[in-house]
Design a protein. Sequence first.
Length: 353
Amino acid sequence: MTELVVSGVGTVRPEGFDFKTALGPRGYKYLPTASQYFLAAAKRALAGIGPDALDGVEAERRGAAVGTNSAAAALHDAMDRTVMETGAEDLSPVTAPYFSINLFGSRLATEHELKGFNLTFASPRVAGLEAIESGRRALAAGRAHWLLAGATEQVLAEGEPGAETSEAGAVALVLEPAAAVAARGGRAYGRVAVRSFFLPPALAAAGSGAEHARALIDGALQALGHRGLGPDGPLPVTAVLDGSPVGEAVAAALGERAEYVPAGAGCLEPVARVAAALAEGAGPARVVVTAAAQGNAAVCLVTPGDPGTQAGTQAGTQAGTQAGTSTGAQTRTRAETQAETTRTEAQAEEGGG
């Protein structure tokens, strides 16, 4: 599989944001705020890779994937009020098409000719990480050669569930083959890889919830090329969690090894943590874990820095892994067994068995 690196990082926060300054004085006024945020984040990410970098990729080989939970919520609320108060004929023809969440990335695809694919994800809290995961998978399948992925959120309307912990802003990451970045002398911020999974809330709330969460996290890390959390935690962990049974089960599985960040109402914070780790430019690999009350969960492995400078470190890690082959094999077997048990029980739970 072609090695992918992050070559561009763009972050936008609502404080002081002005779309005219960030995007231009014309053509953006009537776009939903979340769309403005992501366009601006993408513009910053693209500025980092150089003005000619995108020209070297055919339009049909460029893809986009964006995650959001609340991009359309305020707009839907305003539409509902208009329909109830004065009638559907008073809906704005400019904003009405954005009732569809899939259109929030359409302007992005049009402006940058992203013709390979344009995907939108909306799974609770993990949508941004799922955008990275599925986008990478599409590149691996040959659907495209270049990817712009990330998350965008807009403040929820007052009275909406979760409004008190609304998120706003956007994060955009450019992913492309490491060889292409090296050939043009570009910067590689590092690598990201994501594995998502599902922990049924009822299973999380059971007495063995933490054990099941641990098995699923270990399984995800193993799929990403690591042995799992280990007794002392071989990697720094940042956990973006709420106080739901699922969040508590994941927190119990991680224990004191993790840095805990309160989750907002959307999917932005986990991706923002990934971007922050990449922006540091160096340092050890780390893990970002997040989960939603509904059971959606994801693990992102972030390896900052240029892969070319990590060869020695990787070789040392592999040597250490090989030295403990017997113990490592036993650990993998236990984790695989636990993961299989979790899947079986989850299926029984979902089927009412």
